[in-house]
Design a protein around this ligand. Structure first.
Ligand code: NAP
Length: 252
């Protein structure tokens, strides 16, 4: 029997990268999954086919999580298909690179919008259903950069630090009402999230990997097990915590 047998999960930003791997891991553990995407419908439909091949239910649900009307439609479509949501993973996100003094205000707003506002909006709309059933698991994807910061990523780091704080308050408000809220703050993981500023530079990449205590960048399947754990009945004493699959880049 899977660790998430019979649960229904909504994973935002599931069309690629970490979200895709979490959605697949959830399905392998027995969950049905609503797979949110924004700009990658074909990838989301491919994921749905893979989840169905595992014998689980799945739908692809479009939404820019920064937009209230689109999040409303996403949650509505998920509820219509599955009747409820047990597990919400707020994972959708992207990165752009700007020095603070050059950062367009629009770039700041877009980053805070997708990460922090998106996490709030989706939580805001799913949480009442969870509280009504006194049953739910909310897992927010932050980043180790919330702790250590990085040049050119002020908007990203600030959004991720906000997500950790939001998760703590959420946990304070809901943990006695049947809902668990926790964070995952991954270290550098091989996905397409960081835009390249020039052609591939294997030497710089090797230097970066070597700067990490573990000596390499992580993979999406080194993050998904933490998301399975936090959504499972093994994590019943985790409240407002931030777990860090990060290769030792940050040690708290
Ligand atoms: P990725 O491979 O670029 O995937 C990002 C996903 O987010 C895509 O499915 C994309 O959907 C979706 N997305 C982006 N903006 C969206 C929006 N406004 N509304 C809905 N969906 C949106 O990135 P990733 O590395 O897997 O990142 C996933 C999460 O992990 C992010 O929150 C990221 O900050 C966090 N994280 C990543 C790393 C890392 O090193 N990779 C480290 C720490 C934390 P579409 O393609 O459909 O637009």
């Amino acid at each position: 029997m899977g660790k998430l047998e019979g649960k229904v999960a909504l994973v935002t930003g599931a069309s690629r990268g970490i979200g895709r791997e979490i959605a697949l891991a959830y399905a392998r553990e027995g969950a049905d999954v609503a797979c949110n995407y924004n700009r990658s419908p074909a990838e989301a439909e491919q994921l749905v086919a893979e989840i169905e091949a595992l014998g689980r239910g799945a739908i692809a649900v479009p939404a820019d999580v920064a937009r209230l009307d689109e999040v409303e439609r996403m949650v509505h479509a998920t509820m219509e298909r599955f009747g409820h949501v047990d597990v919400l993973v707020n994972n959708a996100g992207f990165a752009t690179l700007h020095k603070i003094e050059e950062m367009p205000v629009e770039a700041w707003d877009a980053m805070i919008g997708a990460h922090l506002r998106g996490t709030f909006l989706t939580t805001r709309l799913v949480l009442p259903h969870m509280l009504e059933r006194r049953r739910g698991w909310i897992i927010n994807i932050a980043s180790q950069l919330a702790y250590k910061g990085r040049e050119n990523l002020a908007h990203y780091c600030a959004a991720k630090a906000g997500i950790i704080a939001l998760t703590k308050v959420l946990a304070l408000e809901v943990s006695r009402r049947g809902v668990y809220a926790n964070c995952i703050a991954p270290g550098p993981i091989e996905t397409g999230i960081i835009p390249r500023s020039g052609p591939p530079d294997p030497e710089a990449e090797a230097r970066f990997a070597d700067s990490l205590p573990i000596g390499r960048v992580g993979t999406v399947d080194e993050v998904a097990p933490t998301a399975v754990f936090l959504a499972s009945d093994d994590a019943t004493y985790y409240v407002g915590q931030t777990l860090g699959p990060n290769g030792g880049d940050v040690m708290l």
